[in-house]
Design a protein around this ligand. Sequence first.
Ligand SMILES: [Fe+2]
Length: 392
Amino acid sequence: MKRLFAMLLPMVFAAVTAAAQVPEASTACGPWVVDMTDDAFTVVWVSTGRSVGWVETAPDDGTSFYAEERPRHYEDLLGRHVVSRLHRVRVEGLEPGTAYRYRIYQQGVDDSGAIPVLGRPTASNVYSRKPYRVRTFDTSADVCRFTVVNDIHGRDSIFRALTADVTKRGVDFVAFNGDMSNLMASIEQQQEAYLTLASELFAADTPIVAVRGNHETRGAASVEFMNLFPNTSGKPYYMFRHGPAAFLVLDCGEDKPDSDIEYGGLAAYDAYREREAEWLRRTLQDDAFRSAAVRIVFLHVPPETGGWHGSREIMRLFVPLLNEAGVDIMLSGHLHLYDFVERGERGNDFPVLINSNDERLDIEVTPSRIAIDVVDATGKAVHRHEVAVKRR
Ligand SMILES: [Fe+2]
């Protein structure tokens, strides 16, 4: 026993000494909320150093966050809490259509040795500022409201002008419909391009629905897309439900042929879109999709027959399936110009609303209609559409 103590003592002493040396980690960017469902959501943020991150949740019941011990949620991988600069914490087991408050923590970790040493934890402020607050989706709700922006290309001022009042307007989510920056060079560049601002303005409280644009396929950090915007499907194409609607998030891939000089031989989007179409074919048969009164598609590049390769492939692979599935509307961007493609104009059995790069869409969905305001940077509605939902 004595021998064991003598052996362990230096290790404990080393650990205590090292604890003082572990750099303190704090929040560098975020949080932002993604993959909202009616019983779960994911909180994402970036810390200044390698750290273990966790989220504490509390009901939105007017109590102080300090009133009692709050449940902790971690990101685990193979049984161990993840140590990283990027934190992606899933909070599960929630009630639909219910508001929750939350707080984020991180604690610097030196796990270079066998026994990890942790520094002092830091957390978001729940004392002089209100805790973050989110509301879960509700598939039994009669109405849902959301905002769409696209083709921001890292332009701070237009992004701010279009989204500054999101929290005040109380929308259920904000869709980033592709090309939020010119490329994905690094996570830091994504922070600077729009994530820091998004978190400050609304995304800590209002969930993001991220749709991959062709510019998100470019750059050394394009592989980080699913890390910045994780969802339980693990793919940038997936389906979710909220209110009376089923939403299909589709991935356009690149707009030019895979062999184009711009892609340096790295592009393989033809085969990728074929696989996506197979997934789409199956998903459109799911009860979760078919039981929705309203069917809405997000797709950054709109379908075109006479357009570039990507949009022609979208027309060939996706549009016939979506026609058959009774889709009510597709929301697109990419062209940097507003257009409303009427049903039937391009072989599409649903209208395609193409939002410009300087305006946002404010959308309200009920079981019978989709009401859309196209709103400019001054807050003025410059176009209005009301789309009647198809009878099933
Ligand atoms: Fe684009």
